[in-house]
Design a protein around this ligand. Sequence first.
Ligand SMILES: Cc1cc2nc3c(=O)[nH]c(=O)nc-3n(C[C@H](O)[C@H](O)[C@H](O)COP(=O)(O)OP(=O)(O)OC[C@H]3O[C@@H](n4cnc5c(N)ncnc54)[C@H](O)[C@@H]3O)c2cc1C
Length: 397
Amino acid sequence: MTAPTMAHTGHVTRPHTGAPARTGLAHDDSFAAFARTHIARRADAAYEAEILDRLSWQRLADLGLWRIGVPEDLGGIGGTWADLAEHVADIARTGEDLGFVLSLIAHAGLVRALVEHGNDYHHRSVLPQLTNGAVGATALTEPHGGSDVARTRTLATRTPDGWSLTGKKDHITNAPVADRALILGRVPDLGRRDITLFLVNLHSPGVRRGPAEELLGLRSSPTGAIELRDVALPEPAVLGAPGEGLRTLYDIISFDRALYGLVIAAFLEPQLDKAVGFARQREAFGTPILDHQYVQGRVTDIRITIEIARATARAGIDALVAGDPEASLRCSVAKLVGSEGLVEAAQNLMRLHGHAGYMRGAQTRIVQDALGTLIAGGTSEMQRKNILNQMLASHPG
Ligand SMILES: Cc1cc2nc3c(=O)[nH]c(=O)nc-3n(C[C@H](O)[C@H](O)[C@H](O)COP(=O)(O)OP(=O)(O)OC[C@H]3O[C@@H](n4cnc5c(N)ncnc54)[C@H](O)[C@@H]3O)c2cc1C
């Protein structure tokens, strides 16, 4: 690996960090280039309008993003989920829009879920839509709470043709614009083990969507409610086996969690470059502020966050791809250190800009966006709980 080079602008140009050897496909930079020339340019407008950038979303699908990791016999180009993750990270690195990337993560989780746990119906009828531009969502949280997902009050009953689903979901990424959603519910007829996952066409009769919620940050990633009233689903709409929803769910959300860590590391890279450039040019006490140790500490800590978030995320994704029983633990670690590190890094970025960092703009937006990552994808408390539970389960007695 070549050493970082210092351009005369004062910015650090690091070697490209993608395409580790563990991925299955040759890495190409077309998604990074697209994100730089399209997503970044549209990011402010999408944020102001509080909408998902559907044009870029469709273009990414056209470029083949959602065929990465999908086996060829299911219409994909093969590779592993690590390949898809690295390309989503590329988009985070050059697209400058964390909200948009969180919407991508929600969709990526659903694509992987269908491939890994889906049946023929999911593979043939739904997957092609999701790889060609339709928007996906995963809906667990309900008005009474999101941490304790096993307490879902969404109910399914059997019908002669399949299932009927009734319930209400809240704060769901992409819900206002999504076409398909994975919905967690329960089938009381199954007895004690009744949690089940259903794939729902959100354009079906009986489905209502709430408006996009007003959030502190992440405004280019619309979240909202999904209400289901006696929604008729075909028999094969169940993802995985009826009653096995929790086990399937843990595998599905683990990928999302590791992705958080990876995209956070990638998102921070150019922010760190810009901060170093700023600290070289801004002077105090007759010298660039970068000469002051406290400022050096801030940029060093951001770099440490990037390294830890990336390494733990890749370890989590590798564990998932390998079917490692500790994958869920590792993915929770990545989510936890990534989101907590991002919040700290966002503060460091803001503080080293002084008052300019507190003016409403790029730095305050990062602070606002960062805070949302502490809650989306499961709170830090829930990541710690999962890490402990997994650890104790693998060290019985
Ligand atoms: C930007 C964004 C996007 C989101 N996207 C989605 C999505 O796509 N799909 C989806 O299903 N949900 C989504 N959510 C919702 C999110 O998953 C939930 O908000 C989260 O799981 C917490 O649930 P809650 O808000 O109901 O808080 P609660 O579950 O009511 O928890 C409240 C507080 O209590 C703490 N707490 C609860 N139980 C314990 C415990 N046992 N020990 C210690 N502390 C505990 C929690 O950590 C939290 O701090 C999103 C949220 C955000 C902010």
